[in-house]
Design a protein around this ligand. Structure first.
Ligand SMILES: C[S@@+](CC[C@H](N)C(=O)[O-])C[C@H]1O[C@@H](n2cnc3c(N)ncnc32)[C@H](O)[C@@H]1O
Length: 201
Protein backbone atom coordinates (compact mmCIF):
# COMPACT_ATOMS: atom_id res chain seq x y z
CA UNK A 1 0.00 0.00 0.00
CA UNK A 2 2.91 2.37 0.75
CA UNK A 3 4.07 1.94 -2.82
CA UNK A 4 0.63 2.73 -4.11
CA UNK A 5 0.63 5.92 -2.04
CA UNK A 6 3.98 6.92 -3.56
CA UNK A 7 2.65 6.12 -6.99
CA UNK A 8 -0.64 7.92 -6.30
CA UNK A 9 1.19 11.05 -5.16
CA UNK A 10 3.16 10.96 -8.37
CA UNK A 11 -0.02 10.46 -10.33
CA UNK A 12 -1.79 13.32 -8.60
CA UNK A 13 1.14 15.58 -9.40
CA UNK A 14 0.39 14.98 -13.03
CA UNK A 15 -2.96 16.71 -12.48
CA UNK A 16 -5.46 14.59 -14.31
CA UNK A 17 -3.01 12.77 -16.51
CA UNK A 18 -3.85 9.45 -14.89
CA UNK A 19 -7.57 9.92 -14.77
CA UNK A 20 -10.07 7.54 -16.18
CA UNK A 21 -12.20 9.10 -18.92
CA UNK A 22 -15.24 7.96 -20.82
CA UNK A 23 -14.28 6.42 -24.14
CA UNK A 24 -14.18 8.96 -26.91
CA UNK A 25 -13.89 11.96 -24.59
CA UNK A 26 -11.52 14.63 -25.90
CA UNK A 27 -8.96 13.08 -28.21
CA UNK A 28 -10.50 9.88 -29.55
CA UNK A 29 -7.05 8.37 -29.94
CA UNK A 30 -6.29 8.73 -26.22
CA UNK A 31 -6.56 5.58 -24.13
CA UNK A 32 -9.49 5.51 -21.75
CA UNK A 33 -7.01 5.13 -18.88
CA UNK A 34 -3.51 6.58 -19.13
CA UNK A 35 -1.18 5.34 -16.43
CA UNK A 36 1.61 7.84 -15.66
CA UNK A 37 5.17 7.04 -16.57
CA UNK A 38 7.19 5.75 -13.62
CA UNK A 39 10.07 3.52 -14.73
CA UNK A 40 10.72 0.32 -12.82
CA UNK A 41 14.03 0.40 -11.01
CA UNK A 42 16.55 -1.91 -12.73
CA UNK A 43 16.95 -4.12 -9.63
CA UNK A 44 13.18 -4.64 -9.66
CA UNK A 45 13.17 -5.32 -13.44
CA UNK A 46 15.66 -8.14 -12.90
CA UNK A 47 13.72 -9.49 -9.92
CA UNK A 48 10.49 -9.52 -11.98
CA UNK A 49 12.13 -11.45 -14.83
CA UNK A 50 13.71 -13.85 -12.34
CA UNK A 51 10.38 -14.40 -10.58
CA UNK A 52 8.79 -15.12 -13.97
CA UNK A 53 11.71 -17.52 -14.67
CA UNK A 54 12.22 -16.11 -18.18
CA UNK A 55 14.16 -18.69 -20.18
CA UNK A 56 16.14 -18.75 -23.37
CA UNK A 57 13.83 -18.84 -26.38
CA UNK A 58 10.79 -17.30 -24.68
CA UNK A 59 8.70 -14.32 -25.76
CA UNK A 60 8.16 -11.46 -23.33
CA UNK A 61 5.63 -8.60 -23.65
CA UNK A 62 5.65 -5.47 -21.49
CA UNK A 63 2.29 -3.67 -21.54
CA UNK A 64 2.95 0.04 -21.09
CA UNK A 65 6.65 -0.35 -21.80
CA UNK A 66 8.00 3.10 -20.88
CA UNK A 67 11.61 3.28 -22.04
CA UNK A 68 11.68 -0.42 -22.92
CA UNK A 69 13.97 -1.51 -20.10
CA UNK A 70 12.02 -4.67 -19.21
CA UNK A 71 12.03 -6.27 -22.65
CA UNK A 72 15.59 -5.07 -23.34
CA UNK A 73 16.71 -6.83 -20.13
CA UNK A 74 14.62 -9.92 -20.97
CA UNK A 75 16.37 -10.31 -24.33
CA UNK A 76 19.84 -9.04 -23.36
CA UNK A 77 20.29 -10.70 -19.96
CA UNK A 78 17.69 -13.49 -19.79
CA UNK A 79 18.14 -14.55 -23.45
CA UNK A 80 14.48 -14.30 -24.36
CA UNK A 81 13.94 -14.93 -28.07
CA UNK A 82 11.71 -11.92 -28.61
CA UNK A 83 10.40 -8.89 -26.76
CA UNK A 84 7.47 -6.60 -27.51
CA UNK A 85 6.79 -3.32 -25.74
CA UNK A 86 3.51 -1.44 -26.23
CA UNK A 87 3.01 2.15 -25.13
CA UNK A 88 0.41 4.72 -26.12
CA UNK A 89 2.88 7.59 -25.82
CA UNK A 90 5.13 8.22 -28.87
CA UNK A 91 7.66 9.97 -26.59
CA UNK A 92 8.17 6.66 -24.78
CA UNK A 93 8.81 4.90 -28.08
CA UNK A 94 11.59 7.41 -28.79
CA UNK A 95 12.95 6.58 -25.31
CA UNK A 96 12.87 2.90 -26.27
CA UNK A 97 15.01 3.55 -29.36
CA UNK A 98 17.44 5.49 -27.19
CA UNK A 99 17.52 2.68 -24.58
CA UNK A 100 18.29 0.11 -27.26
CA UNK A 101 21.19 2.25 -28.56
CA UNK A 102 22.57 2.67 -25.04
CA UNK A 103 22.20 -1.05 -24.28
CA UNK A 104 24.16 -1.94 -27.42
CA UNK A 105 26.85 0.64 -26.59
CA UNK A 106 27.04 -0.70 -23.03
CA UNK A 107 27.29 -4.28 -24.36
CA UNK A 108 24.09 -5.30 -22.59
CA UNK A 109 22.45 -6.18 -25.89
CA UNK A 110 23.91 -7.34 -29.19
CA UNK A 111 22.84 -5.86 -32.52
CA UNK A 112 21.24 -9.22 -33.40
CA UNK A 113 19.31 -9.30 -30.13
CA UNK A 114 18.12 -5.75 -30.81
CA UNK A 115 16.50 -7.01 -34.03
CA UNK A 116 14.24 -9.27 -31.95
CA UNK A 117 12.77 -6.29 -30.09
CA UNK A 118 9.63 -4.50 -31.27
CA UNK A 119 8.18 -1.36 -29.75
CA UNK A 120 4.81 -0.27 -30.92
CA UNK A 121 2.36 2.47 -30.20
CA UNK A 122 -0.98 1.24 -28.90
CA UNK A 123 -3.52 1.17 -26.13
CA UNK A 124 -3.13 -1.92 -23.97
CA UNK A 125 -6.83 -1.73 -23.14
CA UNK A 126 -7.59 -2.51 -26.78
CA UNK A 127 -5.50 -5.70 -26.84
CA UNK A 128 -7.38 -8.97 -27.40
CA UNK A 129 -6.78 -12.59 -26.24
CA UNK A 130 -5.47 -13.33 -29.75
CA UNK A 131 -2.56 -10.91 -29.17
CA UNK A 132 -1.21 -13.17 -26.40
CA UNK A 133 -1.38 -16.62 -27.94
CA UNK A 134 2.37 -17.06 -28.49
CA UNK A 135 3.53 -15.15 -25.43
CA UNK A 136 5.36 -16.80 -22.52
CA UNK A 137 5.66 -13.86 -20.10
CA UNK A 138 3.69 -10.62 -19.73
CA UNK A 139 5.03 -7.87 -17.47
CA UNK A 140 2.93 -5.06 -16.01
CA UNK A 141 3.50 -1.87 -14.07
CA UNK A 142 0.13 -0.30 -14.52
CA UNK A 143 -2.70 0.43 -12.06
CA UNK A 144 -5.28 -1.82 -10.34
CA UNK A 145 -8.07 -0.67 -12.64
CA UNK A 146 -6.00 -1.50 -15.72
CA UNK A 147 -4.94 -4.88 -14.32
CA UNK A 148 -8.60 -5.63 -13.66
CA UNK A 149 -9.48 -4.87 -17.29
CA UNK A 150 -6.56 -6.92 -18.62
CA UNK A 151 -7.22 -9.93 -16.38
CA UNK A 152 -9.87 -11.72 -18.54
CA UNK A 153 -7.92 -10.99 -21.73
CA UNK A 154 -4.72 -12.49 -20.31
CA UNK A 155 -6.52 -15.46 -18.75
CA UNK A 156 -8.20 -16.27 -22.05
CA UNK A 157 -5.31 -15.52 -24.42
CA UNK A 158 -2.25 -16.90 -22.66
CA UNK A 159 -1.34 -20.57 -22.95
CA UNK A 160 -1.00 -22.86 -19.90
CA UNK A 161 2.38 -22.32 -18.28
CA UNK A 162 2.61 -18.68 -19.40
CA UNK A 163 3.38 -16.22 -16.62
CA UNK A 164 2.21 -12.75 -15.71
CA UNK A 165 4.33 -10.62 -13.41
CA UNK A 166 3.24 -7.27 -12.01
CA UNK A 167 5.10 -4.56 -10.16
CA UNK A 168 3.25 -3.26 -7.11
CA UNK A 169 -0.32 -4.02 -8.19
CA UNK A 170 -2.19 -7.30 -7.91
CA UNK A 171 -5.11 -8.68 -9.94
CA UNK A 172 -7.83 -8.44 -7.32
CA UNK A 173 -9.41 -11.01 -5.02
CA UNK A 174 -10.61 -13.31 -7.80
CA UNK A 175 -7.13 -14.01 -9.22
CA UNK A 176 -4.78 -14.54 -6.30
CA UNK A 177 -1.10 -14.54 -7.14
CA UNK A 178 0.91 -17.78 -7.02
CA UNK A 179 3.90 -15.93 -5.56
CA UNK A 180 4.68 -12.53 -4.15
CA UNK A 181 8.06 -11.01 -3.23
CA UNK A 182 9.32 -7.80 -1.68
CA UNK A 183 12.26 -6.24 -3.49
CA UNK A 184 14.52 -3.47 -2.22
CA UNK A 185 16.00 -0.82 -4.48
CA UNK A 186 17.79 2.44 -3.79
CA UNK A 187 14.35 4.06 -3.55
CA UNK A 188 13.11 4.69 -0.03
CA UNK A 189 10.16 2.31 -0.31
CA UNK A 190 10.14 -1.44 -0.97
CA UNK A 191 8.54 -2.86 -4.09
CA UNK A 192 6.17 -5.81 -4.26
CA UNK A 193 6.21 -8.06 -7.28
CA UNK A 194 3.48 -10.61 -8.05
CA UNK A 195 3.48 -13.76 -10.17
CA UNK A 196 0.60 -15.68 -11.75
CA UNK A 197 1.01 -18.83 -13.83
CA UNK A 198 -1.71 -19.76 -16.31
CA UNK A 199 -3.25 -23.11 -15.37
CA UNK A 200 -4.32 -25.93 -17.66
CA UNK A 201 -7.65 -24.96 -19.27
C1 LIG B 1 4.32 2.99 -14.69
S1 LIG B 1 4.96 3.15 -16.32
C2 LIG B 1 5.81 1.60 -16.51
C3 LIG B 1 6.88 1.61 -17.58
C4 LIG B 1 7.63 0.28 -17.76
N1 LIG B 1 6.72 -0.82 -17.95
C5 LIG B 1 8.48 0.02 -16.57
O1 LIG B 1 8.03 -0.78 -15.71
O2 LIG B 1 9.57 0.63 -16.45
C6 LIG B 1 3.46 2.93 -17.28
C7 LIG B 1 3.66 3.08 -18.77
O3 LIG B 1 2.47 2.68 -19.42
C8 LIG B 1 2.15 3.57 -20.45
N2 LIG B 1 0.68 3.53 -20.56
C9 LIG B 1 -0.19 4.05 -19.70
N3 LIG B 1 -1.45 3.77 -20.04
C10 LIG B 1 -1.37 3.07 -21.21
C11 LIG B 1 -2.34 2.52 -22.08
N4 LIG B 1 -3.66 2.59 -21.84
N5 LIG B 1 -1.91 1.86 -23.19
C12 LIG B 1 -0.57 1.78 -23.45
N6 LIG B 1 0.39 2.29 -22.66
C13 LIG B 1 -0.01 2.91 -21.54
C14 LIG B 1 2.71 4.91 -19.99
O4 LIG B 1 2.98 5.77 -21.09
C15 LIG B 1 3.96 4.49 -19.25
O5 LIG B 1 5.07 4.48 -20.10
Amino acid sequence: MRKFVSFAVFAAALAGFATSRPAGAEDKKDPEIKVPYVPTNQAVVEAMLKLAAVKEGETVYDLGCGDGRIVITAVGQFKAKRGLGVDFNPERLKDCDESVKKAIEGKKLTADQAKTLTFKQGDVLKMTPEDFKDVDVVTLYLLPEVNKRLKPILQKGLKPGARVVSHDFDMGEDWKEDKKEEVKSERSYPHTIYLWTIKKK
